[in-house]
Design a binder for this molecule. Structure first.
Ligand code: PMP
Ligand code: GLN
Length: 388
């Protein structure tokens, strides 16, 4: 039989699904795949339920419900001072994943180069390659996650179509600095390239750090696409509502990709997310405050279990160095061991790299109930530091 497309034929099952399956099979506490263990804001669930009951039950507009596009534009203004035309500059997608896919399909011509920063969120590389681009990888490595600005500059060329930038960064938990954002924007102007900015953790930053969209830097409004996700901002990953903001000359082709990929997104969830984005500042403030307390809690717990932990400036992920508990195998073996023998699942960071060179760090998701975090820490401590 004829072969199928090699990018997907050769892809394994994504590490998030694999580790969730392992957690289920072993009964381990799942701190692997990133998702909160709560139902999400009750008010939004009521709106979604009422909209599902009352209808309409037919296709919403292709670009998204007007009330949600207006809410996205207002959110851009309130938090970042961006003036956005909701009719021509906002698109609603089925999660950030679809928004990213639409961007790759709409912006890339075969042979274009795309700059990507390792560690890489799972869908970036396959989708960039499937769109026909040549990936140019720049590496950040733990524990410092330093972005080498010279290496970044070397990755750009006249063939660069765009950079895919994730800040706050999963899994590095790094918030890119003003200097780094400036360096990126200088290169985008120099090479006349675009930025696809995955900002799904925009409201999850700690210790007073503010998230700065690249789009707010001088010269970037016309070159940047900003992507958010209700899954992260409202702790409801199952809802799969994404929102994309871009200048109209970029939104127009991206919306054409969207119309052929999904065309639209469930109406009732869109209606609820509009209510969510219009909530007052307290909601967004509390999201980060609550998660910061969880960050500190898991940090104490992992330290007590003997781990050297990496800083978490944003997102709900914390990584540890597995050598600090005396493990000398690789991160995949470590994750299999702790799921099976300690009863806790994590994600090996090697999954976010192409060549396996970074293989002794593991990521834990801490957007969980306090009791779950405490229980996971207790299990890890009992395993690595058993009391005599
Ligand atoms: N980008 C990053 C960096 C993520 O962590 C996630 C979370 N799953 C996504 C994109 C996808 O978001 P969504 O679930 O809205 O598709
Ligand atoms: N973003 C989530 C994580 O990093 C996983 C999302 C998914 O499984 N597709 O764990």
């Amino acid at each position: 039989m004829k072969s199928t497309n090699c990018i997907f034929a050769n892809a394994g099952v994504t590490v998030f699904e694999t580790m969730s399956q392992l957690a289920m099979a072993t009964g381990a506490i799942n701190l692997g795949q990133g998702f909160p263990d709560q139902l999400g804001p009750e008010k939004l669930r009521h709106v979604a339920a009422a909209a599902a009951l009352d209808g309409p039950s037919q296709y919403p507009p292709m670009m998204g419900l007007p009330e949600l596009r207006q809410a996205v534009a207002a959110h851009n203004k309130r938090f970042y001072g961006l003036d956005v035309d909701w009719q021509t500059e906002v698109l609603i997608t089925s999660g950030a994943t679809e928004a990213l896919t639409d961007c790759m399909l709409a912006l890339i011509e075969p042979g274009d180069e795309v700059v990507l920063i390792e560690p890489l969120y799972d869908c970036y590389l396959p989708m960039v390659k499937r769109a026909g681009a040549i990936p140019k990888l720049v590496r950040m490595a733990p524990p410092g996650w330093h972005l080498d600005l010279q290496a970044l500059a070397n990755a750009f060329s006249d063939k660069t179509k765009l950079i895919l930038l994730n800040s706050p960064h999963n899994p590095a938990a790094k918030v890119f600095t003003a200097e780094e954002l400036q360096a990126i924007s200088d290169l985008l102007i120099q090479y006349d390239a675009y930025a696809v900015c995955d900002e799904v953790y925009e409201h999850i930053t700690y210790d007073g750090r503010a998230h700065t969209p690249l789009m707010t830097l001088p010269g970037m409004r016309e070159r940047s696409i900003r992507i958010g996700s209700a899954g992260k901002t409202f702790s409801m990953t199952a809802w799969k509502v994404g929102y994309l903001t871009a200048p109209s000359h970029l939104l127009s082709p991206i919306s054409k990709a969207h119309q052929y990929v999904t065309f639209t997104t469930p109406r009732n969830f869109q209606a609820a997310v509009a209510v969510g984005l219009n909530q007052d500042d307290t909601y967004f403030h509390n999201l980060a405050v609550d998660l910061q307390a969880k960050r500190d809690r898991i940090s104490d717990g992992l330290s007590a279990a003997g781990f050297d932990i990496l800083p978490t400036d944003g997102t709900y992920f914390m990584s540890v160095d597995i050598r600090s508990v005396g493990f000398d195998g690789d991160d995949v073996a470590f994750c299999e061991m702790i799921a099976r023998d300690a009863g806790v699942a994590g994600i090996p960071l090697s999954a976010f790299y192409q060549d396996g060179a970074v293989n002794h760090f593991v990521r834990f998701c801490f957007s969980k109930q306090n009791e779950v975090l405490d229980e996971a820490a207790k299990k890890l401590k009992a395993f690595f530091k058993p009391s005599p």
